[in-house]
Design a protein around this ligand. Structure first.
Ligand code: NAP
Length: 340
């Protein structure tokens, strides 16, 4: 066997051999994965990076996710071209431009990754592969949020973390319905990211207000900008003091959707808040896989139809540690994606 033959059977992948700081994510030359029964191999053009990946890398992560056995290659969202199929898979899928959420199987931070054939979605021609990656996981969550809170054109929707992967898509979806959207961002450097969301996707006349949540006067400024109208929807993935300040701005009968707590503390809401202002609260997380697939299809359609144009923050595969640093240091702009 020549060195060239050997080279063809290996690939570059991020291998995570110990839990710890981002420098545990290193590129290695590893064997090319061979697809077994029901699996395809995807030549990865874009791999999604998630805030949860950083928790798992440190040795934590949500209780709903099994702690990985090391060594492992992180990455649950991949888009690219099918280059090999395992037994039982129709060869017509070879060469297809696809995206998949591979779940706990992981392995996305690599030049090639395996995916169950039933997880594949064809990527519409209008959608780039990094955008497809933004749609398949984060976009499906955005669709789940839309299901749980029916946004109307007359709504005023507050979205903390508007420059993040999920927040940015939610801002665009609410604008596409025609709502007034208040996008909160942390620091003036992120203002442009949020303002760009208003021009990046198709909107239905909705108004976008970007406010710096690090400036404590934002609720007062918002009240002035809304001329007495109070927000009717809060979609909160940040929690902590920012989430709580957002709750304080809500009007009677407002709907609150809790999707996470990037600050480390879930938004504080007590029964007095709920009863006195007739708030309704939804926590739309954790759905059966079959429902997730429908949401994934809807998320890809939203991008193809221009209702969402997800901002993508691209890093080279070998810079996976820097991509994790960006998320942990709040420097991400939209969905963080690795390009092998
Ligand atoms: N993406 C998904 O598929 C998904 C699924 C389920 C739940 N969630 C949850 O939804 C939330 C948002 O997810 P995401 O994917 O958009 O995450 P992300 O890309 O990391 O964005 C989170 C945003 O939160 C803001 N933030 C405010 N205070 C923060 C703090 N103390 N530490 C870190 N970030 C802070 C940051 O924006 P500023 O710096 O501008 O404030 C950041 O851009 C998270 O809580 C996540 O767990 C996400």
């Amino acid at each position: 066997m020549s060195i060239d033959d050997l080279r063809e059977r290996t690939m570059r992948a991020i291998v995570h051999r110990e839990f710890g700081a981002s420098d545990v994510l290193r590129v290695e030359e590893v064997p090319l994965p061979e697809p077994g029964e029901g699996l395809v191999r995807v030549r990865v053009a874009a791999a999604g990076v998630h805030a949860v990946d950083t928790d798992i890398r440190r040795g934590g992560g949500p209780p709903s996710m099994p702690k990985p056995v090391l060594p492992m290659t992180p990455g649950r969202e991949v888009a690219g071209i099918v280059d090999a199929v395992g037994s039982g898979v129709n060869e017509s899928v070879l060469g297809a431009r696809v995206v998949a959420h591979v779940g706990f199987r992981s392995g996305g931070y690599a030049e090639f990754a395996l995916a169950p054939v039933e997880a594949l979605h064809p990527v519409p021609a209008e959608v780039t592969l990094p955008q497809a990656v933004a749609a398949i996981g984060t976009g499906r969550t955005a669709q789940l949020v839309l299901e749980s809170v029916e946004i109307r054109p007359d709504d005023v929707v507050i979205i903390p973390g508007a420059s993040g992967g999920l927040g940015s898509q939610l801002v665009q979806l609410a604008l596409s319905i025609g709502a007034t959207v208040v996008g909160l961002h942390g620091g003036e450097t992120k203002r442009a990211v949020v303002e760009q969301l208003g021009v990046g996707a198709r909107r239905a006349g909705g108004r976008l207000i970007a406010l710096d949540a690090n400036d404590d006067t934002w609720p007062v400024r918002l009240a002035g900008l809304l001329d007495g109208v109070q927000p009717s929807v809060l979609i909160d993935g940040v929690g902590g003091p920012t989430g709580r300040a957002a709750v304080e701005t809500l009007g009677r009968g407002a709907r609150v959707v809790i999707i996470g707590w990037s600050s480390g503390e879930v938004v504080r809401l007590d029964s007095a808040d709920i009863v006195e202002r007739s708030l309704t609260v939804a926590v739309p997380l954790g759905r059966p896989i079959a429902e997730l697939r429908t949401l994934e299809t809807r998320a890809l359609a939203a991008v193809a139809e221009g209702r969402v144009s997800p901002p993508v923050d691209e890093y080279r595969l070998e810079d996976a540690a820097a991509a994790h640093d960006a998320i942990e240091q709040r420097r991400q702009r939209g969905k963080v994606v690795l390009i092998p």
